[in-house]
Write a protein of this length. Structure first.
Length: 247
């Protein structure tokens, strides 16, 4: 199940359960009620990261200032908060699932992260991994499902068009036996290796990695996921990688 949760409105660390590994934690932006994204900023109240144990949350941000919504006392109301940002992300995931009927929650999460409207490579403590963009996530057509065991590497060949910015997002689960029992956590790394340049992302505490390159001329590259540490309790770690090409 795809689970998006508001990051919180404390202007500090993400709320519980927004810091949980397997959910999509959503912060809030102020879109200034304009079409352009050039004037947007992260809302001052939006919780930012990372978590107290050093993980990268929030995952993404979405509009959350002066949002018009239906009122429980009839009519309409204009409100602000990350509680109005998370529904943006959940609704976008639902639209993507309607188009890509076989997409699971890992793919949907990776699509939202890869389709960043700001085309940033690295996580930011306020913006997260991405400012969600339905068009970019819709056209994130490089989708890979795979698995790795301890110290083994999954690879595939990908072509990066010349002059285009290519982003890949890797996501996987912290495995659970129940709501309170942890099966284990795998440390996976993501690498994009090309003849002229390379990029890699390796965190030992997060279950999201992201790489990005802009090359000229176009090149055939190797996309790889390494099972740097897959504990025996898990054995085989399944993952999804989604790529977006911006021309």
């Amino acid at each position: 199940m795809f689970f998006a949760h508001s990051a919180g409105n404390s202007g500090n660390k993400p709320d519980v359960p927004a810091g949980a590994y397997n959910i999509l934690a959503v912060g809030a932006t102020d879109d200034k009620n304009t079409i352009s994204i050039g004037d947007e900023s992260v809302a001052t109240f939006s919780a930012w990261g990372g978590t107290t144990d050093g993980r990268k949350k929030p995952d993404v941000v979405a509009p959350g200032v002066s949002i018009t919504s239906s009122s429980n006392s009839n009519g309409w109301v204009t409100v602000s908060g990350t509680s109005f940002s998370a529904p943006h992300a959940a609704a976008m995931a639902a639209l993507l699932r309607n188009k890509y009927s076989t997409a699971d929650y890992l793919e949907l999460k990776a699509r939202l992260i890869a389709g960043d409207s700001r085309l940033t490579r690295s996580w930011d403590s306020k913006w997260g991994w991405a400012y969600i963009d339905g068009y970019n996530s819709y056209w994130s057509t490089g989708v890979y499902s795979g698995s790795v065991t301890h110290k083994k590497t999954w690879t595939t060949q990908v072509y990066l068009p010349g002059g285009a910015t290519q982003t890949f997002a890797l996501v996987w689960d912290r495995e659970m036996l129940s709501e309170t029992q942890i099966k284990g956590f795998s440390d996976l790394d993501l690498a994009l290796t090309c003849p002229s340049r390379s990029d890699a992302s390796a965190s030992y505490v997060d279950n999201v990695e992201k790489v990005q390159l802009t090359l000229y001329p176009g090149q055939t590259c190797t996309l790889g996921v390494n099972g740097y540490n897959v504990p025996p309790s898990i054995g085989t770690q399944y993952f999804r990688v989604v790529g977006f090409t911006f021309y």
